[in-house]
Design a protein around this ligand. Sequence first.
Ligand SMILES: [Zn+2]
Length: 304
Amino acid sequence: MRAILPKTIITCAVTGNLTTIEQTPYLPVTPEQIADACLGAAESGAAVVHIHVRDPKTAKPSMQLEYYRDVIERIRAKNTQLVLNVTTGPGGRFVPSIEDPRVAGPGTTLIAPEKRVEHITALKPDIATLDLNTMNSGKEVVINTPRNVRIMAEIIRAAGSRPEIELFDSGDIAMMQDMLKDGALESPVLCSIVMGVKYGFQPSPETLLYARNLLPANATFTSIGIGRFAFPAVAQSYLAGGHVRVGLEDSVMIDKGKLAPSNAAMVEKARRILEDLGGQVATALEARDILGLSTRATANRRIA
Ligand SMILES: [Zn+2]
């Protein structure tokens, strides 16, 4: 059993890795656009922003430290409380070449685990995501081996950031349990149940409750719905005792056939859903308390 939470945290995932400017012209691409999208989302009620960066010239996903630093400095110049959640997802994709599947083909991003978290060590964000999935994802394969995720978890911990464990299928939860047992992760764990990535958890109330019931009783969780499941997942997560996430990383539509004009508009809709159901949206300061972040202060997590 889990009760509905007294305060619900809205996370906004403003740009992500896979959404393209061909899908929506409203996608933030430059560090300035990404920072502005985060600040706009915060004004609409997001307490946490989830950050990826892109090459400003090509709009393609990037792992450049300078872009991450630029985004964070621009946010912190105007908002010292917003909780910053930075991705470590890029660098985990493998596309086997057709002639020899042992050889990486075009589209492969797979790199050493240490490299995937260098920006976390440098910037020490409040939260760093940690993907536990090894799965088919569209036409590609995502590879996160038990060894590599432990290396990344250790570096995230050393940076003083809180890992947010991304769970794409039930086996990922089994790996999380093993990592809690051997101390690679600390309890209580913060995690996300991601539903609707092609070949991952299939989105439904049953999936969410099944996944939630596999989590440790003291885990804090956010449910994420991809594509047209984005807003149903807001209601489902709230009712199941979880927090919520929306944003252009997860979907480009705000209603059937209607592009979301901004990340802020998606946060507004999530907020409306929560409040119509009787929920209360957590402020950034309340989110810091809920997530155990409030007492830690460094250059990148100053609290006013
Ligand atoms: Zn992401």
